[in-house]
Design a protein around this ligand. Structure first.
Ligand code: SF4
Ligand code: SF4
Length: 75
């Protein structure tokens, strides 16, 4: 059995706080920050459980996400 595991980097200063990525994430591992970036926008923060599905990458109009994904065996 295998499952995908992943992570993302978030270029918080490029974020415009539109919130589109939050509901787009299937495992719901993104939430908006309490604090704001230099432009005054809340930005997403990553929690455990990213699958590397790239949904956030595809929905973000400002190219904030870089996605890393790997297939891992689970015994
Ligand atoms: S790659 Fe998928 S699982 Fe990971 S944060 Fe983005 S939408 Fe969520
Ligand atoms: S979709 Fe992109 S611009 Fe919008 S809140 Fe998420 S990271 Fe920021």
């Amino acid at each position: 059995m295998s499952r995908s595991v992943g992570t993302v980097t978030i270029a918080v200063e490029a974020c415009k706080g539109c919130d589109l990525c939050i509901p787009a994430c299937p495992p719901a591992v993104l939430s908006m920050s309490i604090g704001v970036n230099r432009n005054g926008y809340h930005h997403p923060e990553l929690h455990d459980g990213c699958t590397g599905c790239s949904a956030c990458l595809m929905v973000c109009p400002d190219f904030v996400f870089t996605v890393y994904r790997a297939e891992r065996s689970r015994g």
